[in-house]
Ligand binder design. Structure first.
Ligand code: BES
Ligand code: MN
Ligand code: MN
Length: 461
């Protein structure tokens, strides 16, 4: 280790507690983007981020969008070295169900070496590692070994819809050689990973309405179409017993895993039983002949995300509801196209909608799946940095979640993304008791600090 990295390591050690308490400050802001009740808090989180960059001496802008602002910052420009764009998000998922949290979601609490709070790993804690690593360079060496640009947005958890226009309108400002994102997971505790593929998503809401108002189910039941019954029929028609999607053409553009993909997947030591135990289920569902990892990483899926209709209160009510609905989504893989799928889905549902029911299908956000190349000097730099920070070289994995902007960065900026996840698959993202290992937080910061050094060695002509 050179003298610079030694100095940086010392700075990181000396500032561990400070970093943790700063992260806790950010975690106390309930920046839930999905729920307008929290809109002021989402803005407060953006302001907090902008202030934080300013204190670091980085040129900072709060870029307004039709939704929540993008926090943009950059390190002082130097020539002859690569530019990395760090992307992250300061918004979080809603914390419900609240009564299942051991400590309140917006009162960060340390338990068993983990920081527990909504946003701890997704994405405040992970994103923050790339800011603290830059701070270590600035406060010790006095400059960065590369150019850094940051785009920290506040609408990732609601589909990043305004970011698309933002990236398109700011191509020059965001120009870079590679994108760095920490918003994914390690393969297992002690086994860091570089993620080279993510699934996309197409999200829908289906609303059905029947009679002009709720009816007595004794007087009318059996003679009048019930929107809740119809909803159940329509939703269950969407998949078969293997959970295979029945919409015509749905699998047409799915790129199968290559045999090389499959070999590297088999080389990973994944224990199905341990995975089931972790989430409290007895067995997996899905397509036969396809492994659990492959189903999650490179096959599309359908999930109902919420269903409503009829009486949900205490006791019983014999009602034939006038309306019912559901929110559901498909996870997509390359080369499925969201628009094509929406069209086929609409036809499929309309065909199954009886004349006594009127249906409305709302297509909300959508983004395609992505696979990023692994044969670049940037990936090599990341692998070296991770080995330095975690003491273990990374494995190469795909993941099932989605980060819509990755496709935008590739298309608009021509830049590939390094997905360097510091989280764990049992961090309870989007669930009660979200957590982030403090050891992983600090290893992430260290890896990030080394990454800037490694990227700085790449020749830039
Ligand atoms: N950090 C996740 C994405 C993720 C999760 C990647 C798990 C890899 C593994 C991100 O914050 C997220 O939750 N994305 C949403 C996107 C959606 C709202 C468009 C998702 O995947 O549901
Ligand atoms: Mn995230
Ligand atoms: Mn998320």
């Amino acid at each position: 280790m050179g003298p610079k990295l030694k100095e940086i390591d010392d700075y990181l050690k000396a500032n561990k507690e400070a970093f943790e308490s700063q992260l806790c400050e950010l975690l106390r802001i309930p920046s839930v983007s999905a729920d307008s009740k929290f809109a002021d808090d989402v803005h407060r989180a953006a302001d907090w981020m902008a202030d934080h960059f300013r204190q670091l001496g980085f040129a900072t802008q709060l870029d307004e969008t039709p939704g929540f602002p993008v926090v943009y910052a950059e390190s002082p420009t130097i020539s002859g070295v690569p530019t990395a764009l760090v992307y992250g998000h300061y918004d979080v998922q809603p914390p419900d169900p609240l009564d299942e949290w051991i400590s309140p979601p917006f009162e960060p609490t340390e338990r068993d070496g983990n920081l527990c709070a909504r946003g701890a790993t997704d994405d405040k804690g992970q994103m923050f590692t790339h800011i603290k690593s830059a701070e270590a360079w600035m406060k010790t060496v006095g400059s960065m070994p590369i150019n850094l640009k940051y785009v920290i947005e506040g609408e990732e958890e609601v589909g990043s819809e305004n970011l698309e226009a933002y990236v398109a309108a700011n191509r020059e400002k965001l120009a870079c050689d590679c994108v760095v994102i920490s918003d994914t997971c390690q393969f297992a505790p002690g086994q860091p990973a570089i993620t080279y593929g993510l699934r996309g998503i197409a999200y829908y809401e289906l609303r059905l309405s029947g009679p002009k108002q709720d009816l007595h189910s004794g007087t009318f039941g059996g003679a009048v179409t019930n929107p809740a019954n119809t909803l159940a029929h329509m939703l269950s028609a969407l998949t078969d017993h293997e959970y295979k999607v029945q919409v015509p053409g749905f699998y047409d553009d799915v790129v199968p895993m290559t045999s090389r993909d499959r070999e590297s997947l088999q080389a990973l030591s994944f224990n199905d039983q341990r995975f089931f135990d972790q989430i409290g289920v007895k067995e997996a569902i899905g397509e036969s002949g396809i492994s659990v990892l492959e189903r999650r990483w490179s096959r599309p899926s359908f999930d109902i995300n919420g269903v409503w209709g009829g009486y949900q209160g205490e006791g019983e009510k014999t009602v034939l509801p006038a309306r019912a609905g559901a929110k559901f989504s498909f996870r997509l893989v390359p080369d499925q196209q969201p628009e094509k799928i929406t069209e086929a889905l609409r036809a499929f549902l309309e065909e199954r909608c009886p004349s006594g029911i009127s249906m409305e299908l709302i297509a909300s956000h959508a983004s395609p799946g992505v696979v990023v190349p692994l044969d670049s000097p940037y990936v090599k730099a990341a692998a070296t940095a991770i080995e330095g920070g975690f003491g273990n070289s990374p494995v190469y994995i795909r993941e099932g979640g989605s980060i819509p902007v990755v496709t935008q960065f590739a298309e608009q900026l021509g830049a590939d993304t390094l997905l360097l996840g510091w989280g764990q698959s049992d961090d309870n993202t989007h669930s009660p008791n979200e957590k982030f290992s403090l050891a992983d937080f600090h290893r992430g910061i260290r890896s990030s600090a080394y990454l800037w050094a490694e990227l700085g060695k790449i020749q830039k002509d």
